[in-house]
Design a protein around this ligand. Structure first.
Ligand SMILES: [Fe+2]
Length: 361
């Protein structure tokens, strides 16, 4: 049953990455059917059933531990979609599995069929319009995150579950309306720059990734990576981080250590998404491969998520008011990005970014 859960998680990732008729998706669905048949044989049960109780996944009267990443992903998706129980019955075909996997990947059309039975949590909807609800939800989560962020300096621990939930909400807000992003501008005046920058970068990365057709768990991974990109700055003393003047050489050296500090922190953090480690390390590398920081030997092409993060970070940084700079207008920030396309930033992504954000400038 653990193997079947992993294979369903892999199929969800495939559906998130490729169109439905892609051979990889077809193959992944067949693998689910094969693993389903094997699970029935191994357990001797009449159906392959999962039950989610709190954080525990029960199957064939046993608790499946969150020992592997795919199982964790499987549990995460069930939680996210509000699925409490899932049962696959003999007779389930490719179409039904495809329907299930697509529903779990996207959250759309998640319904039971003859051989795939889902038990979902009944959400009590109140009278508020969806946008207002979303905004409230985001504000509550921001408050929680702000506290967690502030505690991080002392405790060196980040609540991964809370962060993951926040990113799902951000995804909803990107999908809902561009206006839902607006509360962030107000928060910026109240909060420590690094925290608000993290949220803004996550949103701007999500908007870019979505526009390129990335969705589902992969989109979530991009959002998490955006959120955690500057986590290494938490190791930089506030006197350097918030200095109201130019940094001297020694201070710059400390500042430039934040990508490798961040990556090594995330490497040790339990449950840190792998893409976040890459982006924390790469987000200051240049598109043209010329040296920036961290200094690395040879030419290295940063990951797509890192290139998106670099653009989002530069844009948000220029628009923010910080101790050592006054903000520039959004239009001016976009001109700077254009001027640095080809050298610092990926020109194709800059063009796409301007297309998305330009409309709101
Ligand atoms: Fe950074």
């Amino acid at each position: 049953m653990e193997r079947l859960a992993s294979i369903i998680a892999a199929a969800i990732n495939m559906v998130a990455l490729y169109p439905p008729n892609h051979p990889r998706v077809q193959h992944a669905i067949l693998e689910v059917l094969q693993a389903f048949r094997e699970a029935l044989q191994t357990t001797g049960e009449e159906a392959a059933s999962y039950l989610l109780v709190g954080d525990d996944l029960l199957a064939a009267n046993q608790v499946i531990r969150e020992t592997t990443l795919p199982v964790r992903e499987f549990i995460g998706v069930l939680k996210q979609r509000g699925v409490e129980s899932l049962a696959l019955l003999p007779g389930a075909d490719e179409q039904e599995i495809m329907h299930l996997v697509t529903g779990l990947a996207t959250g759309e059309a998640l319904e039971s069929s003859t051989h795939v039975q889902l038990g979902t949590v009944h959400l009590v909807m109140d009278e508020k319009p969806k946008d207002e609800e979303l905004r409230q939800d985001l504000v509550t989560q921001f408050e929680l995150m702000r506290e967690a962020w502030a505690r991080f300096r002392v405790e060196r621990k980040l609540p991964v579950d809370q962060l993951e939930e926040l990113v799902w909400s951000l995804i909803d807000s990107v999908g809902s309306t561009a206006r839902a992003m607006l509360p962030l501008a107000r928060l910026r005046e109240l909060d420590e720059y690094t925290f608000v920058n993290a949220i803004n970068v996550s949103l701007l990365v999500l908007a870019q990734a979505r526009s390129l057709g990335i969705w589902g768990p992969m989109l979530h991974a991009f959002g998490m990576a955006g959120l955690l990109h500057d986590i290494g700055k938490m190791s930089i003393p506030p006197s350097i981080l918030n200095k109201a003047g130019k940094l001297d050489d020694d201070e710059w050296k400390v500042m430039m250590s934040h990508p490798s500090e961040g990556a090594s922190y995330l490497l040790q953090m339990e449950g840190a998404p792998p893409l976040s480690i890459i982006v924390a390390f790469e987000h200051h590398l240049r598109h043209d491969g010329r040296p920036n920081y961290p200094l690395i030997r040879g030419r290295h092409s940063p990951h797509l998520a890192s290139r998106m993060t670099a653009i989002a970070d530069a844009y948000d940084g220029m628009c923010a008011t910080r101790p050592y700079q006054t903000s520039v207008s959004r239009t001016a920030a976009m001109e700077v990005l254009k001027a640095r396309a080809q050298t610092f930033y990926d020109p194709m992504l800059v063009a796409n970014f301007i297309r998305i954000v330009g409309a709101n400038a």
